[in-house]
Each structure stands twice: as structure tokens, then as C-alpha cells.
Design a protein around this ligand. Structure first.
Ligand SMILES: [Zn+2]
Length: 260
């Protein structure tokens, strides 16, 4: 499997060469998209990802640094299909998992310039909830709400983290959590890759958490000022953890592609 890190910045003001959070899992020639921060369609398309090979798109929570590129991405799909007479890889259908469906309608209005538009593909909309939310021959995705945004069981939770099982490996994606401890039910007995935001946490604490819980690979993303202003220090600390513990730690930047 390949992980494409499209945008690796938290919701700061614009930073050189960095955009807000978005990444794509590519497995068996099929893409599964996680979060849609600014610029994600541009980065993916111009770096050679066939974005119409996307089967499902999962949005952890509706903060602008995770959805700022979603309207443009939906438009981009439509344009590629219309201009080049293409189709989505699976029945010309895209599954989208989103915590707040009324807000998704508003984003679609922006995407389609406020008009009813005859979409050239089927968009299946699902409200995110706890539990196994998606399964096909390539991946299983389990969602668990977190405390980054306040919600209720009746009205629906608004922020989620995910366990993604693919190719016999377990990836946990923290969609911004209040505390790293919230990820433990998803991590379970083993975790091959933890994709974790640093924007809301002390990066040293995140590295210590990952090594304490025997995470095999920690990939840091959604960077906040603490890392952006001290890159060399945290690069050295990541190298130190990689050398001295069983956890391989790396900081991600826009455009990083990694194969596991
Ligand atoms: Zn965020």
C-alpha cells in the first residue's frame, strides 16, 4: 500500500510549501481519500494520482483545515469525467462519509455554483457514526468519535478517528483528538501505522505515546507551530526514537509518498 500525504499543515495561516490536511491511501490500484483540506485536488492530480480511482472519501470533522478543498475536489471529479468522458473506477460512484450532512449540502452548493447540476457520477452520502462504516475487498474502515468537537449521541458526533485495515496491516488515523488516549480502542493490540496530528499536541508526548504503545510506524502530520518553528529539533528527536525504540517515527510534509 502507498500513503500519499497531500497536505500536512494544521489550520494555521498560509505557510510556505504547506497546505491543510489531506491524504490518500492507495491499495490494489484503488484510492481511499481521508480529509480534503485546501489544494488537495491540485496536489493529487498534478502529482499523477488518478483521482477517479477513488472509491470512498472520509472526512474526520468539518473544520476548514479538513474540508477547505472539498468543494473544489467535488468539482474536479465532475470536470474530469465530463471533459475526458471518464468514470469513477467503481460503477461511476463515490461514497462520501461526513459527520454533518446538512453542511455537506452547503459544500455541494458551493461546488456547483449554487445551481442544481446534473452530476456525471453518483455521490452516495453517509453520515459518520461509530463502528464499521465501510468494507470492500481492499479495506475495512472503523470510525470512533473523539472529543475534538462537541456532539451528542442523538444529534450525531462531529469528529472522528479511523482504523483502516488493509493488506493485513492496521492504520490508525487520528482526525484530531483532544487526548492521544482516545485512540487506544482503535489501536487495540497492534498498529502498523499511526497517522497523528501534532498541531494540538506536544510532538514529544506523541512520540512517547507511540513508543509506549508499541506502534510500529508513527507518521506525524497536521503540523502546528511547535514543529514548524523547530523542525530540526523534532527531526532529530524522531531519528532518536527510530534508533532507540521499536517505533519508526517520521515527520510528513506535502507530497510525501510512502510505501508499506
Ligand atoms: Zn485540524
Amino acid at each position: 500500500m502507498k500513503l500519499h500525504f497531500l497536505g500536512t499543515c494544521s489550520g494555521t495561516e498560509p505557510m510556505p510549501d504547506m497546505h491543510h490536511q489531506s491524504w490518500v491511501l492507495e491499495t490494489n490500484g484503488v484510492n481511499y481519500w481521508f480529509d480534503a483540506g485546501e489544494n488537495c485536488a491540485h496536489r493529487a492530480h498534478t502529482s499523477g494520482i488518478n483521482i477517479l480511482n477513488t472509491v470512498a472519501l472520509f472526512v474526520s470533522h468539518p473544520h476548514i483545515d479538513h474540508i477547505g478543498g472539498l468543494a473544489n475536489l467535488l468539482t474536479c471529479f465532475h470536470k474530469l469525467i465530463r471533459r475526458y468522458k471518464l468514470q469513477f473506477i467503481r460503477n461511476n460512484t463515490l461514497e462520501i462519509f461526513f459527520p454533518d450532512l446538512p453542511l455537506l449540502q452547503a459544500i455541494k452548493l458551493v461546488a456547483y455554483s449554487g445551481r442544481e447540476i446534473r452530476l456525471r457520477y453518483t455521490l452516495n452520502e453517509h453520515r459518520l457514526e461509530d463502528g464499521l462504516i465501510f468494507e470492500d475487498e481492499n479495506v475495512r474502515v472503523t470510525a470512533l468519535h473523539n472529543r475534538h468537537l462537541v456532539g451528542t449521541e442523538e444529534e450525531g458526533w462531529l469528529a472522528f478517528s479511523f482504523l483502516i485495515e488493509t493488506e493485513g496491516k492496521r492504520i490508525v488515523f487520528s482526525g484530531d483528538v483532544l487526548s492521544t488516549e482516545e485512540l487506544l480502542p482503535l489501536i487495540g493490540d497492534s498498529c502498523d501505522v499511526l497517522i497523528m496530528e501534532t498541531g494540538h499536541h506536544d510532538p514529544s508526548q506523541v512520540m512517547e505515546f507511540a513508543s509506549t504503545h508499541h506502534i510500529k510506524n508513527l507518521r506525524l502530520t497536521h503540523h502546528g507551530r511547535q514543529i514548524l518553528e523547530n523542525r530540526d529539533y523534532y527531526e532529530a528527536l524522531a531519528a532518536d526514537y527510530t534508533e532507540k525504540t521499536e517505533t519508526n517515527v517520521a515527520l510528513c510534509y506535502d507530497g510525501k509518498v510512502e510505501e508499506f
